[in-house]
Design a protein around this ligand. Structure first.
Ligand SMILES: Cc1cc2nc3c(=O)[nH]c(=O)nc-3n(C[C@H](O)[C@H](O)[C@H](O)COP(=O)(O)O)c2cc1C
Length: 176
């Protein structure tokens, strides 16, 4: 199954998972890069006003892939804003897609994400995996948003192994 991972990451957690999965799967990978440095204030404003931040480039040739796996953070219970222009421009080309997030999870489940993806893409979602730090990673019990915000998976190789195992199982189930 020809696979591409399209990812965005601000503080490195989703980048670590995306790179690990692309290596394990032998998948192509495309990183969404913003033209301006990101701030927390800009993330809040993007989510509040539905903004799509400019990106250096968008992926090409997505129609040649059997599946596109998007990997990125959840911001304010929504898909992080840098994905919006990709969904808008590329959704016609994409045959099948899935979503994986290393999110924070301290504020509870990110349940609205799956519906948002289907609405933005206008088609069925293969799977949606919310690998939140509060549940899957080594953080204090009942972590605050501050605790998960300070978490960097690069410092926890065992956590990255665990998240990669769960994600690979979901992807391999698709292939079957
Ligand atoms: C402005 C902002 C809002 C966030 N909102 C949520 C949220 O609603 N749900 C959640 O689980 N995590 C939330 N997070 C946590 C991020 O999803 C989490 O830190 C993620 O691992 C960051 O990914 P990155 O390192 O790839 O950028 C938020 C983080 C920021 C900066």
């Amino acid at each position: 199954m020809k696979t591409i991972i399209v990812y965005y990451s601000n503080t490195g957690n989703n980048a670590a998972l995306a790179n690990r999965l692309s290596t394990e799967l032998g998948a192509d990978v495309f990183r969404l890069v913003e033209t301006k440095p990101r701030t927390i204030g800009a993330s809040i404003l993007d989510m509040a006003f539905g903004r799509s931040p400019p990106l250096e480039s968008l992926p090409e040739g997505l129609e040649t892939y059997d599946i596109v796996i998007f990997i990125g953070p959840v911001w304010m219970f929504h898909v992080a804003s840098p994905f919006r222009s990709v969904f808008r421009r590329n959704r016609q080309d994409i045959k099948r897609y899935a979503w994986i997030s290393v999110s924070g999870g301290a504020l509870g489940p990110n349940a609205p994400i799956a519906k948002e993806l289907v609405r933005r893409m206008g088609k069925k979602l293969a799977f949606c995996l919310d690998l939140n730090i509060a549940q899957y990673c080594e953080v204090p019990p009942k972590p605050t948003a501050g605790d998960t915000g300070e978490y960097h998976i690069a410092e926890h190789p065992g956590d990255l192994d665990r998240l990669a195992r769960v994600a690979l199982e979901a992807i391999r189930n698709l292939r079957a």
